[in-house]
Design a protein around this ligand. Sequence first.
Ligand code: F6P
Length: 324
Amino acid sequence: MSGNVKRIGVLTSGGDAPGMNAAIRAAVRAGISHGCEMIGIEGGYCGLMDGVMREMSLRSVSDIISKGGTILRTARSKEFSTEAGLLRAKNMVDIFRLDAILVIGGDGSFRGARDLARLGVKVMGVPATIDNDIGCTDYTIGYDTALNTVKDAIDKIKDTAYSHERCSIIEVMGRDAGYIAINSAIADGAEVAILPEKEFDLNNDVIIPIINCRNRGKKDYIIVVAEGATDSMWLAEQIKEKLDIKPTVSILGYIQRGGSPTVRDRVTASLMSVKAIDMLCNGECNKVMAQKGDKIVAIDIEEALQMKKCIDSEVIDAMQILSL
Ligand code: F6P
């Protein structure tokens, strides 16, 4: 063991994502293999502020790799983002003698980790969110599982849409990010995808494409809407009013956050956590794991939080071509 890291806290924070358990398991096993004590912090930063922690053994993470959710539970804490909350958390780090904390979550969780780092706490981040919207990494844990859940749901909705010659609006998660929407639209051959990243015009983006599809002989239409892009119920009313077609609206909701993680999510989570713990035990800290191409790399947390990414316009163009 080196780098003076002997006791490592692990927490999951923000919206849960399939694969978080795989990340916890890998962190615990990698830490113990380096001779560290591994401490599970319950309920994200809330549990850190309240000192809700327990030691984790090799066996405490058995049989969790295939489970969705997070055995450590998670939360979004407003209090932690205040100075008083942050100091309470720092105090618990000292009381529980944690040498470092591994934070598994999205960019809000990483901002919290960065704030702890600025107070002198050693941190590492592993990116996990179904939205795939963390700027520093090509891929976030949970995204592939969520996409497959959406694909399964749209496949089923398409069967009935075809049989009844219907227009189906399917709302998927993504308040600020359209990755789930655009890729599920491609995977399921949707006619229209409405994304938070792209300004949306009712006539040009929905009404005219449906008329064109109808004139080309299509009788059923799939419209995928990212939750942050527009109000699906309002959109259904507009389509009814302008085209005399009454769309069905399916809001997929939290089903997208659960379920057994795919191979991609299990493997990515495992490799990212192992690397993060190895680095901590070798004296490095304050970094976020990121996937770049097929490599897992580590990026300084301050730098990582400045990085932005956006959906490639070629992907949006391809989706439109494929909907012909
Ligand atoms: O960040 C993941 C996410 O699932 C978003 O797509 C969604 O907008 C949000 O979480 C919903 O989170 P909450 O659990 O706060 O309702």
